[in-house]
Design a protein around this ligand. Structure first.
Ligand code: PLP
Length: 459
């Protein structure tokens, strides 16, 4: 086995890490953890540290680590047929079965699945499908896409543009001109503190409508949104938000793409976030929980309404000119089939709902008395604690004080629990595997109280 110091040296010499402060990493100022194994909600590194992963990797290892059912399915598929493409009507037992399983679980009106590899490429596919759709319908001007500030839809050119976080735009010449952003449904940071939730929702809908009218509804193709804002701060929408937004979109004939890369397959305690909030999307983006990240696979679930137009389009124009070599990769598909079976067999959707409710309440009970805790929020097994300078006004700390990252570091160093310092704001995020037990939830909560009190004492 290679020595740790040898690996660390090669790592610095050759490995370009994503979403990393490159200079700090090169100078050895960042932790360079080499992860070795995983079981349940825990990972173990090569130094022998066993860490409770309360973010399931990047909210993706939904069934938990070390599931031999999925590993065996992957091995079997690799031996039988590691690869064949899906072009021109080809498939495998695994990819066809997975498509059937996904559509059977999807909200009403969904019809077909296009498989990709990552959430980003699935959203790129969705933009292309929406453009194609409007061209086939003879509306070539109806092309702009609306997404929300603080939304996260990936790191590609279009998807990085859809993402509404500065870090993903700065110095990359993004967003591209076809993308426009509207308000995030972030009630905690409303401008007028006395504003009711209902008035705030009405304001979000009105400002969306204003934007549509300013741009011209005949220039706007689609609205992209996550049922619960994820990377932008883990922000569940206020009551009635999705109804109000959908009313505006329907009025202006704008397609709705529900980005369920995080919320799909149980995270909110429902199979899909769309079901949870009464969203009737035209396309749904899936990834992460589709295979619990045992292999890379994503998908675009297309509604019957969109599908009919795509079909007509190919009758007029010929085969659809969109494909990846690895679309519906058999190994990813085999992982997906085994993963979705496991989610059913272990009833993880129910566990996400019940243990998620327990976890959120326990966080509230443990943290509510700490002055810097401004908001504790969540849905299913997605939760966040937001830290503020002033509870009454919701005023944030100076970003340079890095309060959120300091708390995430204290959590890890003092208790070996992984939470995520969300990239914009002082927000500690949790999205543990859906198999989390109440005892494990208690461990996370106690560790969080300790970390928050420790950091708060030093401010
Ligand atoms: N959409 C959402 C809602 C996400 O959270 C993510 C990733 O976190 C993506 C899209 C992009 O997925 P990927 O990182 O697999 O490209």
């Amino acid at each position: 086995m290679l020595r740790n110091d040898q690996l660390a040296e090669w790592d610095r010499e050759t490995f370009f890490h994503p979403s990393t402060h490159l200079a700090q990493f090169a100078r050895g100022e960042l932790p360079d953890r080499i992860v070795k194994t995983g079981d349940g909600v825990y990972i173990t590194d090569r130094e022998g540290n066993r860490l409770l992963d309360a973010f399931a990797g990047l909210y993706c290892v939904n069934v938990g680590y070390g599931r031999s059912e999925i590993a065996d399915a992957i091995a079997k598929q690799a031996r039988e047929l590691a690869y064949y493409h899906a072009y021109v009507g080809h498939g495998t037992e695994a990819s066809i079965t997975l498509a059937k399983m996904v559509v059977d679980r999807a909200p009403v009106g969904m019809s077909k699945v296009y498989f990709g590899l990552s959430g980003s490429d699935a959203n790129e596919t969705n933009v292309k499908l929406v453009w194609y759709y409007n061209n086939v319908l003879g509306r070539p001007e109806k092309k702009k896409i609306i997404s929300r500030w603080r939304g996260y839809h990936g790191s590609g050119l279009m998807t990085g543009s859809l993402t509404g976080l500065e870090l993903f735009h700065n110095q990359f010449d993004l967003p591209l001109s076809q993308v426009i952003h509207t308000d995030a449904p972030y009630y905690f940071h409303r401008n007028v503190r006395s504003q009711s939730e209902a008035d705030f929702v009405a304001q979000c809908a009105a400002s969306l409508e204003e934007l549509i009218e300013k741009e011209g509804a005949d220039t706007i193709a689609a609205f992209f949104g996550e049922p619960v804002l994820g990377t932008g701060g883990i922000v569940p929408p206020p009551e009635g938000y999705w109804d109000a937004i959908q009313t505006v979109l329907r009025k202006h004939d704008i397609l709705l793409i529900a980005d369920e890369v995080v919320t799909g397959f149980g995270r909110l305690g429902c199979m899909f976030g769309s079901d949870h909030y009464g969203i009737r999307p035209d396309i749904i983006t899936i990834a992460k929980g589709l295979t619990s990240a045992y292999a890379p696979l994503s998908g675009s679930i297309v509604s019957e309404k969109v599908w009919k137009v795509l079909e007509d389009g190919t009758d007029k124009l010929g085969p659809i000119g969109h494909g990846w070599t690895y679309s519906a990769h058999p190994i990813g598909a085999a992982a997906g089939v085994a993963n979705l079976k496991l989610i059913d067999d272990l009833d993880l959707v129910t566990n996400a709902r019940e243990t998620g409710a327990y976890f959120k309440q326990a966080l509230k009970d443990a943290l509510d008395d700490i002055e810097i805790v401004g908001d504790i929020r969540g849905e299913g097994l997605m939760a966040a604690v937001e830290f503020v300078q002033d509870r009454e006004t919701g005023a944030r700390f100076e970003a340079s004080r890095k309060v959120g990252p300091a708390i995430a570091t204290a959590l890890l160093d003092r208790s070996k629990v992984i939470g995520r310092a969300m990239p914009q704001g002082d927000i500690l995020g949790f999205a543990p595997p859906l198999c989390l037990t109440t005892e494990e939830a208690d461990t996370i909560v106690e560790a969080t109280r300790d970390a928050v009190k420790t950091v708060a004492a030093g401010l």
